[in-house]
Design a protein around this ligand. Structure first.
Ligand code: OXD
Ligand code: MN
Length: 598
């Protein structure tokens, strides 16, 4: 290779090796410059890979459609390839690294013939900061390059910061034939390597995100005494100007991006409260010199779900997407050359192309039949964090923000109360480990299926889940002044199946109680599951339709449902296997005893 922007032999030798495997016609280094980004946008528009949208209404915005068989993360085809199966654990798919490489090498061989291989040097975290980790992604997709330019910090300064070190994550992505049967997203945590083949969809191919910043980083965090978590980070600014930060983990599709960009209700705004977004998906957590836990968001953008995003649910996200955004699999309004998705507004476009690329008639849309949607339910926006109106001034702080509270959450119709507090770090780890979400079998009206999703990390832990719980417990011993741990549930329903709590901005009321607890400014009552608020301590001023009785109902601990849950948790722990720490079994036993005493 001539004229390379680095002389790092570990980088150059690896690129040589991957290039001789994939056989691209040429290799292009991505330097992070606007000129190069614009040239790639032009090229993608010329080939039809992207559509340039109305630049007056949506400056810097583009539309892309993936293949119709390639629209979401594929957990069934995601593997953790450790040398010992036990190290990947029972929850992950596992393949031996040698077997995996042999299989995937065949898929990569010659796959970039006639194409360009792009070399993307990127940083997760601020380049040069103590939190940052570097990666290089090789890809044959301009769409991936343009998304990585939004989602991460890309450029020659990453190579400068890496210097001659071998310490970077090697990512290889080839679209190949987009063949579902041979689609693989594989991680070699022992070799700092990620391979992705036969997909072009975000979560499978933007290797800095789930693959690196969660799966590989969780593995590194365990070795290096830090944590990589599937958490948003937000700051609440009080009227006196002080800001307190919380992290929150929710399973996918529970409104994480909405909470991260929450706008406080008018009652709070009038008093001077503000909420600032530090991150919407991933937090890297370390013990600071002051003995507190500090968090950074390693990403530089948001890869959010478009449907349902609107002026009411998340005006900040909507405004973030009005410039420099790549939309994927949404509706194309061809008259205006703009975009639309279900739940944006009540004016679906007359002249429209759906996410599959076919003409779309909104009159045929039936909300109970997903196949009639104009935008794919998992359609996305890739938007720059810097364009977010409520982005925290600490977003680029290299050491991050100090965390007062960790909030776990799930979607539970009956079991979990609106909010409760764990009694210790160990008990809080237990609360995280039993996180779950329910889906309701709408057609048959049956009670939902519970999917246990510990710390919202089920698809993202790069090693054995039992070891991951043990790492949480071990971290607790390293944090002299740990955050308090809470659990929330915005999704409790009444007997007709309607949500009781209004959610969205009103969730501020629950966060206020949480932060008061962290400052010992409010009492709580003990219950079998942890500390519960006194109903009068959740502020309901200027909140229509919610009374003290409603709050009492939302805080009710229903013993029979919890006892059923205990059984379900026991089964889940058995499935995780023998590395579940004894401390968590003891927490579960103690919970059962307390419930039976109630
Ligand atoms: C995501 C997810 O895309 O969690 O962030 O699925
Ligand atoms: Mn996520």
């Amino acid at each position: 290779m001539k004229n390379t922007p680095t002389s790092n032999k570990y980088v150059l030798n690896w690129i040589d090796e991957m290039a001789s495997l994939c056989a691209p016609d040429k290799i292009v280094w991505i330097d992070g410059s606007t000129e190069q980004e614009n040239a790639l946008r032009d090229e993608a528009c010329a080939t039809g890979e992207m559509i340039r949208l109305n630049q007056e209404k949506l400056p810097g915005c583009y539309l892309h459609r993936t293949a119709i068989n390639d629209v979401a993360r594929v957990e069934g085809r995601t593997f953790i390839c450790t040398r010992e199966k036990a190290d990947a654990g029972n929850i992950n798919n596992w393949m031996h690294p040698d077997e995996c490489k042999e299989k995937l090498t065949k898929l990569y061989r010659g796959s970039m013939r006639g194409k360009t291989m792009y070399v993307i040097p990127y940083s997760m975290g601020i380049v040069g900061s103590p939190f940052a980790k570097y990666g290089i992604e090789l890809t044959d997709s301009i769409y991936v390059v343009l998304n990585m330019l939004i989602m991460t910090r890309v450029g020659n300064n990453v190579l400068d910061a890496l210097g001659s070190s071998p310490d970077y994550i090697k990512g290889l992505h080839a679209r190949a034939h987009l063949d579902e049967e041979n689609r693989y997203i594989v991680h070699f945590p022992e070799e700092n390597t990620i391979w992705s083949v036969n997909s072009g969809y975000g979560g499978n191919v933007l290797l800095g995100k789930k693959c690196f910043a969660l799966r590989i980083a969780s593995y590194l965090g365990r070795k290096e005494n830090w944590m990589a978590e599937h958490m948003l980070i937000l700051g609440v600014e009080y009227p006196d100007g002080e800001t307190k930060y919380v992290c929150a983990a929710f399973p996918s599709a529970c409104g994480k991006t909405n909470l991260a960009m929450l706008i406080p209700p008018e009652y709070y705004r009038k008093k001077g409260y503000k909420v600032h977004c530090v991150g919407d998906d991933i937090a890297w957590l370390r013990v600071g010199e002051d003995g507190r836990l500090w968090a950074v968001n390693p990403e530089n953008g948001f890869f959010g779900v478009a449907p349902g995003t609107n002026e009411k649910t998340n005006p900040n996200a909507l405004h973030t997407t009005l410039r420099d955004t790549i939309f994927t699999n949404v509706v194309h309004n061809t008259r205006e050359n703009t975009v639309w998705w279900e739940g944006l507004d009540k004016n679906p476009p007359e002249d429209a192309i759906d996410w599959r690329g076919n003409p779309w008639d909104f009159r045929k849309y039936d909300k109970n039949d997903k196949s009639t949607c104009g935008a794919h339910p998992n359609s996305r926006f890739t938007a720059r964090a810097q364009n977010c109106p409520c982005l925290s001034s600490e977003f680029n702080n290299p050491v991050g923000v100090p965390i007062s509270a960790i909030i776990f959450g799930g979607r539970r119709a009956k079991t979990a109360p609106l909010v409760y507090q764990s009694t210790s770090w160990q008990n809080g780890t237990f609360v995280g480990s039993i996180m779950a979400s329910e889906t309701t079998a709408a057609a048959s009206g049956e009670v939902g299926v519970v999917r246990r999703d510990p710390m919202a990390m089920r698809p993202f832990v790069g090693y054995d889940m039992g070891d991951y719980f043990a790492h949480w417990l071990a971290m607790g011993k390293l944090i002299p002044n740990p955050p308090k741990i809470f659990h929330v549930n915005w999704f409790r329903t009444d007997n007709e199946g309607n949500f009781i709590w209004p959610g969205f901005g009103e969730n501020m009321r629950v966060i206020e109680w949480i932060l008061k607890r962290c400052d010992s400014k409010v009492d709580a009552r003990e219950s079998a599951i942890g500390y519960l608020p006194y109903p009068e301590d959740i502020c309901i001023l200027e909140l229509d339709g919610i009374t003290r009785e409603t709050i009492e109902q939302l805080l009710h601990v229903d013993v029979p449902s919890w006892l059923l849950d205990v059984e379900n948790i026991r089964k889940f722990y058995a499935q995780v296997g023998e590395r579940v720490p004894n401390e968590l079994h003891a927490e579960l036993d103690a919970l059962e005893v307390r419930l039976k005493e109630m």
